[in-house]
Design a protein around this ligand. Structure first.
Ligand SMILES: NC(=O)C1=CN([C@@H]2O[C@H](COP(=O)(O)OP(=O)(O)OC[C@H]3O[C@@H](n4cnc5c(N)ncnc54)[C@H](O)[C@@H]3O)[C@@H](O)[C@H]2O)[C@H](O)CC1
Ligand SMILES: [K+]
Length: 520
């Protein structure tokens, strides 16, 4: 699913209005009706007090449309105008008048703390104060209103985006944003829904369709995309009836040091279960017996040294190499890594100590072949690209790094982001159960395995992170968050593949309804 920027959202509005020959207030009507349909389907006419707080721009306008439809369907609604500016938008004003026609009374205006209404924990707050148009610091009394919402403990539903959240920067203080329980966002999720620093403002979100022109949605290139099952499914490569083990590539995992052989075992096993035809592990001598015992399907090549990798030489021709897991950063290993980088021609995935060696020896970056995949967690990324001011700065610095070195970087985290050629691909699977040792080794193994099977760097990164997260999602249903270990993620990889072809068995939600159809 594409993530449109604020400018692209406004452009999509203009395009749709022109192409469908509708007015901007008709588009706002759709937005308000989609909110109404969503709420009505859940509330089923319940007389719960609904307090709608509207700003003076189009986000507020959406709130006014919602208020009108709820009121005319008999709901218990109180509408407030948060009067932070007298520059009311045209469509706000149209709907302000329309609401008056419906209720025969003006909504209540709030100008200061003295005007705040009492809010009970049983009420529902609709936050339609600021949408994507927020562009400067918010007045103190409006921030006090956000705090008043929070103190009430009422269920809070934000229209489009929690008020106070910018689309392109991180808020300075936590109190500057409405604490919302649910965001009903129009047409496209916003990038801030997926970033670690803004995660605390995002509880649940749903996308409401407002029929923005389909051609515009399809043809507009976006900076970011969030990848779900139907985005990765076309990447899947079917297996051919007459294929043999040579058809699915030979992956080589290079890593391990004394006490860290398990990492190589996890990576190699993951590569195997990702579907690779052959797997070889290159380890120090101490890894020979453990690997041959625990993973009989793997071939093992050993370094001359017992405990460390000191010279990476082998006589196989791998289709992809994953290097760095459990490797250590001993001087001899650094030398071996350097000479390997200079000579390697196979598609490459670098993780863990491989990344740490690169960070300490930036001169080695020039040896990275195009489309090398780097899989840093945030600390490794910081060592690689330097510190950042906020998540947006982190993304732009990563993009610059990716462009300069012509590589692909996967920023690992709750929503792992693959950064490639100026674009961000956000993974949608995974859960906090993955916060445990070894899961990164598993990811490296899966991605190396896919790469060896002929998936492109981008496909391997996107499909690999998807499968990795999906395995964990399926595994926790039986293991729970606490007891999930990296080996479980590998065990459920087969289920994650099978799940790609399972049909959704949930009925179509209101999201798929035509927004024009107000339910009677
Ligand atoms: N395609 C869609 O997604 C549609 C979305 N809609 C809704 O429109 C808003 C965006 O509306 P806009 O009028 O551009 O902005 P806001 O309502 O978010 O902002 C209010 C208004 O206030 C000014 N402003 C910004 N920051 C401040 C501040 N700190 N203090 C005072 N005033 C401020 C700003 O200049 C704006 O004019 C979107 O989120 C959706 O809810 C459309 O209804 C349909 C299409
Ligand atoms: K809002």
């Amino acid at each position: 699913m594409k993530i449109f920027s604020k400018e692209q959202i406004y452009e999509g509005d203009r395009f749709t209005i022109k192409k469908q020959n509708i007015s901007s207030s008709e588009l706002m009507e759709r937005a308000g009706i989609s909110l109404f349909n969503w709420l009505d389907a859940r509330l089923q006419g319940a007389p719960v007090p609904i307090l709608i707080f509207c700003g003076i721009g189009n986000n507020g306008g959406d709130g006014l449309v919602l208020a009108r439809h709820l009121i005319s369907h008999g709901y218990n609604v109180k509408t407030f105008i948060v009067d932070f500016s007298d520059k009311r938008s045209k469509d706000f004003l149209i709907n302000y008048e329309r609401l008056k026609e419906t209720t025969k009374d003006w909504p209540v205006s709030i100008h200061s703390v003295d005007d705040f209404p009492e809010i009970s924990s049983q009420d529902i707050i609709i936050d339609a104060i600021f949408g994507v148009g927020l562009n400067r610091p918010i007045s103190d009394w409006v921030i006090a209103l956000f705090k008043h919402f929070k103190a009430s403990k009422a269920l809070t539903v934000s229209v489009d985006i929690p008020s106070g959240l910018y689309t392109d920067k991180t808020p300075k203080h936590e109190d500057d944003v409405v604490t919302s329980n649910l965001i009903l966002s129009f047409q496209t999720p916003k990038l801030v829904f997926f970033l670690p620093e803004t995660d605390k403002y995002i509880d649940q979100w749903e996308i409401l369709n407002i029929d923005i022109d389909a051609t515009y949605l399809e043809t507009t290139e976006t900076e970011a995309e969030v990848l779900g099952k139907y985005d990765v499914l076309p990447m899947y490569k079917q297996r051919d009836k007459f294929s043999h083990k040579g058809s699915y590539g030979h992956a080589l995992i290079i890593g391990g040091s004394y006490g860290k052989i398990g990492a190589v075992q996890l990576s190699s096993r993951s590569a195997l279960l990702s579907g690779v035809g052959l797997i070889t592990a290159f380890v120090p001598k101490c890894g020979y017996i453990p690997l041959q015992t625990a993973l009989p399907e793997a071939m093992v090549i050993t370094d001359a040294d017992k405990k460390l990798i000191t010279d990476i030489v082998f006589d196989i021709i791998p289709d992809a190499v994953g290097i760095g897991i459990g490797l250590g950063t001993d001087e001899k290993t650094v030398k071996a890594f350097e000479s390997f980088l200079k000579n390697n021609t196979a598609p490459l995935v670098i993780d863990a100590d491989g990344l740490n060696i690169l960070s300490k020896n930036k001169a080695l970056l020039k040896y990275l072949k195009e489309d090398t995949i780097l899989t840093p967690h945030p600390k490794e990324l910081k060592r690689l690209i330097g510190d950042w001011e906020d998540d947006f700065d982190k993304l732009s610095k990563t993009k610059a790094f990716v462009k300069k070195h012509k590589v692909l970087v996967i920023i690992k985290g709750a929503n792992s982001i693959s950064v490639y050629q100026d674009k961000l691909y956000i993974n949608s699977t995974g859960n906090p159960g993955l916060a445990t040792g070894g899961t990164g080794d598993v990811l490296t193994g899966i991605i190396t395995g896919l790469r060896a099977q002929g998936y492109t760097a981008l496909e391997s990164a996107c499909f690999g992170t998807y499968l990795h997260g999906k395995s964990a999602d399926l595994a926790i249903e039986f293991k729970g968050y606490q007891s999930l270990i990296a080996s479980d993620v590998i065990s459920y990889l087969g289920q994650a593949y099978l799940d790609l072809f399972k049909q959704a068995d949930t009925p179509l939600s209101e999201k798929e309804q035509k927004p024009e159809e107000v339910k009677k």
